[in-house]
Design a protein around this ligand. Structure first.
Ligand code: PNW
Length: 484
């Protein structure tokens, strides 16, 4: 008989509890809590990106990026903010590495600013371009922290936007591969793990597409152009993988970091779980599926019709260049899914208006995305090594009278998401590590300095760093390699 939440049912269960109350209270106190450990050797890190923290926008020959241009257009960024100074990490990287060490992290994901290395996007490399990153990498290694470098976290050289329309042209994909190969030739003696591109879906849809949020370069291109841009970005990724393998040291490991469209079964029935797998493949068809399968799905091509990207078989081979690992940026469930009898085999449920979110309006609270995101990626494509390349939240952090920051909402968010990550690793999903977004408060794109994602608070006037309570929470998770 189906369980019914009637008054009678409730009264019945209350009675049942009362009847056995005496012994269980003791048993519970004595019972050793279940260990909710992560696998041995699990990698704990933090993540940042160049434009969001570095500042030093004109130092050491750095060229301009689309973000320098965009952030200085009046009205584009909340509070008129820009990244000229940001968190001044360029000058304070030693202090920031010390913060990482105090957390107990053993890995750090940062991005390299393309316009520092090639101020005009292509052509002659700036001789000082990698100096800062070399100092940073050496400092990390001296502190026992393994560097994971991202080559593209949205700061496209402005020169490429001006010359080619940025990613609208295949020329930008080629330029990216040249830059990637050059960087690989210089840093892979010390950096063994490289991510090509961060969150293609986000910067394409928000930078060149309809939004809802707007990112640089802030163009609103029509659907067929967007599909072609996505194809060029995937091609740029594939060409970069090949360039890194050709010019990097043997043993260099390559992956990408993507905001996978996470599809969560609304209720965990076998039919809904199967539907969430089908949905994962189709809802990522324009980018991740193409990279992992070397083809656009039939449903994607049929849906796109005349708007489909133009591509060759040779390009699809390049796009599918084998990877060593996959980075997933997981903040929220994109869709809750149920099984359906339609040809698609799944339905996406609408979000109720009361669905909870964190301080950023878009950041829905759905910790199960941290289970189903990696689980479905491993199941659908047989991916053998996954990193959570980003996860974290904004919070309305307030400095209390004693100078501390009790960010209980961030701790709540992290505890819930990490519980689902632990569930995933316990079920054998091959997640090898986790990078918290973010180490320090930073320039949060069009939200400026208004949305704080750091474990460490930054006073943007004085640049003073103060670890929040969530930093202590994360330190303990790392120290125990478990949820307490
Ligand atoms: C990611 N959304 O961006 C980026 O990789 C980071 O640079 C950024 O600071 C971080 O997440 C927090 O926002 C996203 O609207 C931006 O779904 C927007 C969305 C997702 C990710």
């Amino acid at each position: 008989m189906a369980y019914q939440l009637t008054r009678r049912g409730l009264a019945g269960s209350a009675l049942a509890v009362g009847a056995v109350a005496a012994t269980p209270a003791m048993a519970l106190a004595d019972k050793k809590p279940a260990t909710r450990s992560f696998p041995n050797g699990f990698v704990w890190g933090t993540a940042t990106s160049a434009y969001q923290i570095e500042g030093a926008a004109t130092e050491d020959g750095r060229g301009r990026s689309v973000w320098d241009t965009y952030a200085h257009i009046p009205g584009k960024i909340r509070g008129g903010a820009h990244g000229d100074r940001a968190s001044d990490h360029f000058h304070r990287y030693k202090e920031d590495v010390a913060l990482m060490k105090a957390l107990g992290t053993t890995a750090y994901r940062f991005s390299i600013a393309w316009p520092r290395v090639f101020p005009d996007g292509t052509g002659a490399a700036n001789p000082q371009g990698l100096d800062f990153y070399n100092r940073l990498i050496d400092e990390l290694l001296a502190n026992g922290i393994t560097p994971f470098a991202t080559l593209y976290h949205w700061d496209l050289p402005q020169a490429l936007q001006d010359r080619f329309g940025g990613w609208e042209s295949v020329e930008t994909a080629r330029a990216f591969a040249d830059y990637a190969g050059y960087v690989a030739s210089k840093i892979t003696d010390r950096v063994k793990n490289v991510f090509t591109i961060n969150e293609a879906a986000t910067f394409i849809d928000f930078g060149y597409g309809p939004g809802p949020v707007e990112l640089a370069p802030g163009l609103k291109r029509p659907q067929p152009v967007l599909n072609q841009i996505r194809h060029h970005v995937a091609l740029g990724h594939g060409l970069a993988v090949q360039a890194i393998r050709a010019q990097g040291r043997a043993g260099t490991r390559v992956g990408l970091a993507e905001n996978v469209v996470s599809c969560v079964p609304a209720i965990e029935t076998p039919a809904n779980i199967r539907a969430s797998e089908i949905a994962t493949r189709e809802m990522n068809a324009g980018y991740l599926t193409a990279i992992l399968e070397g083809r656009y799905t039939d449903a994607f091509l049929a849906y796109a019709g005349a708007d489909a990207p133009r591509f060759t078989a040779e390009e699809m081979k390049v796009i599918a260049s084998p990877l060593d690992f996959l980075g997933l940026n997981i903040y929220m469930p994109q869709h809750y899914v149920t099984a359906s009898d339609t040809a698609a085999g799944f339905s996406l449920l609408p979000f109720p208006a009361s669905f909870p979110h964190m301080e950023s309006d878009w950041l829905r609270i759905g910790p199960e995305a941290m289970y189903w995101g990696p689980r479905n990626v491993a199941k659908v494509w047989g991916v053998k090594e996954i990193y959570i390349s980003e996860n974290g939240t904004s919070a309305a952090d307030r400095v209390l009278a004693d100078g501390s920051i009790a960010d209980l909402d961030r701790i709540m968010y992290l505890r819930n998401y990490l519980t689902q990550l632990q569930r995933a690793t316990a079920d054998g999903v091959p997640v090898a590590g986790y990078f918290q977004w973010s180490l320090i408060d930073n320039f949060e794109w069009s939200d400026g300095f208004d949305k704080r994602f750091g474990l460490v608070h930054v006073d943007f006037e004085t640049q003073q760093r103060t670890p929040k309570l969530s930093a202590e929470f994360y330190r303990q998770v790392i120290a125990n390699n478990a949820l307490a």
